[in-house]
Design a protein around this ligand. Structure first.
Ligand SMILES: Nc1nc2c(ncn2[C@@H]2O[C@H](COP(=O)(O)OP(=O)(O)OP(=O)(O)O)[C@@H](O)[C@H]2O)c(=O)[nH]1
Ligand SMILES: [Mg+2]
Length: 214
């Protein structure tokens, strides 16, 4: 990574190669008692229900059905762990902010995800996904607070970039950059992506490869 946070050609190539390797599902955890034992670096994907977490995991790994996606918010209910070539794990988290979720669901999300975030020494980075059309909302700000309190190193990823025209997307991106810069635990740059058009995916792959086992 250069000093300005820009990704070099070589890093892009390393990321591309890593994500061509086999990636398999290892576990779906519903309780802190059945999390897979910590074994090597992990990165997790968090964000509101329907923001595109599972789609991003699929776009990164170039598999359409590795992580289950859905038009109905609240699809992913467990913490789903995927093993990428024994070098890094990807963790697809359940979404938050789903209006129809029962109070019990919300509490279960918070307690399981919180324990995971707080107790996982192998968690290298959490990607906080934000829908480009919505920008950062109150629920997202709550999560940022949780990340900061749990000393989780996180980075913002804009999703569904294909849904906006370039000037609109750039406006949201610069607003997000400005807000992210006010948080010490956050990665200073943001990732602007579209899983559908696979834009920004190569940069994210390179970033993740930089956190993987050599
Ligand atoms: N246009 C567009 N649609 C997308 C993109 N990424 C995801 N979607 C759509 O958004 C919806 C939700 O995607 P998911 O990946 O299931 O979202 P999620 O964040 O995993 O949702 P939960 O598991 O319910 O929290 C699906 O209908 C996807 O097809 C994208 O880059 N562009
Ligand atoms: Mg999902």
């Amino acid at each position: 990574m250069t000093e300005t946070g820009e990704i070099t050609e070589q890093e892009l190539e390393t990321g591309r190669k890593l994500f061509l390797k086999p990636c398999e599902f290892i576990a779906a955890s519903t309780a802190i008692s059945n999390l897979p034992p910590m074994d090597g670096p992990e990165v997790a994907f968090a964000g509101r229900s329907n923001v595109g977490k599972s789609s991003l995991v699929n776009a990164l790994t170039q598999r359409r059905t590795l992580a289950r996606t859905s038009q109905t918010p609240g699809r992913t209910k467990q913490l789903n762990f995927f093993n990428l070539d024994g070098r890094i794990r990807l963790v697809d988290l359940p979404g938050y902010g789903y209006a129809k979720a029962s109070k019990t669901d919300v509490r279960a999300w918070t307690s399981l995800t919180l324990s995971f975030l707080k107790g996982r020494q192998t968690l290298m980075r959490v990607f906080l996904l934000i829908d480009s059309r919505r920008g950062i909302g109150d629920a997202d700000r709550e999560i940022m607070k949780i990340f900061n309190e749990a000393a989780v190193s996180w980075a913002l990823v804009l999703t569904k970039g294909d849904k906006l025209k370039p000037p609109g997307l750039e406006k949201v991106a610069s607003e997000c950059r400005r807000e992210v810069a006010t948080h010490v635990a956050s990665w200073p740059g943001i990732f602007v992506t579209s899983s559908q058009k696979t834009t920004g995916i190569d940069t994210l792959r390179a970033h993740i490869a930089g956190l993987a086992r050599p």
